[in-house]
Design a protein around this ligand. Structure first.
Ligand code: ATP
Length: 235
């Protein structure tokens, strides 16, 4: 197991957002967490990346409990979080945004290689490397957010709703790239409201409901499951 959450509880004041969540991801997998608005998907990613403290439980990453580690240390260990709504630096260029993703690294030659890798994955970013990020299209901004996430050389990439607000054709393109990133060796945890695309992309899935894991299984099985189809895939 690369990462394992064991009985994780998160509160926002009196709101019990994650109610004893347990799940795991093996190295090399694409796992998706799907669920309705407010189910706790984003909170799960924030708990893993150390942005949100957990009240109890543990988060084991390659055998080490990271639940009390700082967000910066967690990046250093190899977990990169691409947040919902992209959060790129609008007044910085594409290149500068990517540099920010490598802020913890000192290995200049390797960083350069990774710039090239990101530009291979996203040729559109190369064409626009000196453009201000705020002037990119929504799809390009999502590509930049993912590219920036890759610049920390993660073992595990956390993606929060990469399809949000994008046209279907762009969503398809982004999900193809997510598969490519995975094929090159990065394990992926994908949080999505677009259950259909997520299940078509992932190996396994967890469905979260009101802060609890409701259903889990192989993505291809869940795509065919009657209950899942009715509740999450529009019949
Ligand atoms: P969405 O798909 O709408 O982003 P989600 O599944 O990602 O939803 P979360 O953002 O994890 O859901 O939220 C889980 C619950 O925790 C919700 O009830 C939400 O209102 C609550 N919550 C999230 N962040 C905070 C916060 N900072 N303060 C108080 N409550 C919060």
């Amino acid at each position: 197991m690369m990462i394992e959450l064991i009985n994780v509880n998160v509160y926002y004041g009196i709101i019990h957002a994650l109610k004893g969540i347990s799940f795991h991801i093996d190295e090399g997998e694409i796992v998706t967490i799907i669920g309705a608005n407010g189910a706790g998907k984003t909170t799960t990613l924030k708990a893993i990346s150390g942005i949100q403290r957990i009240k109890s439980g543990s988060i084991m990453f390659n055998g080490k409990d990271i639940s009390k580690s700082s967000a910066t240390d967690i990046v250093g260990l190899g977990i990169s979080h691409v947040p919902e709504g992209r959060r790129i630096f609008s007044n910085m260029t594409v290149m500068e945004n990517l540099e920010m993703g490598a802020f913890l690294r000192k290995d200049k030659a390797e960083i350069k290689k990774d710039f090239n890798k990101v530009f291979e994955l996203f040729p559109r970013l190369l064409e626009r490397k000196n453009q201000l990020a705020g002037t990119l299209s929504g799809g390009e901004q999502q590509m930049l957010a993912i590219g920036r996430g890759l610049m920390s050389k993660p073992k595990l990439l956390l993606l929060d709703e990469p399809s949000m607000g994008l046209a279907p054709i762009v969503v398809k393109e982004i999900f193809e790239i997510i598969k490519d990133i995975n094929k090159e060796g990065t394990t992926i945890l994908l949080v999505e409201q677009n259950a259909n695309m997520a299940l078509q992309t992932a190996d396994r899935a967890y469905i979260i409901r009101n802060g609890e894991i409701d259903i889990e299984g192989r993505a291809e099985d869940l795509l065919k499951d009657e209950t899942v189809r009715k509740a999450y895939l529009g019949g």
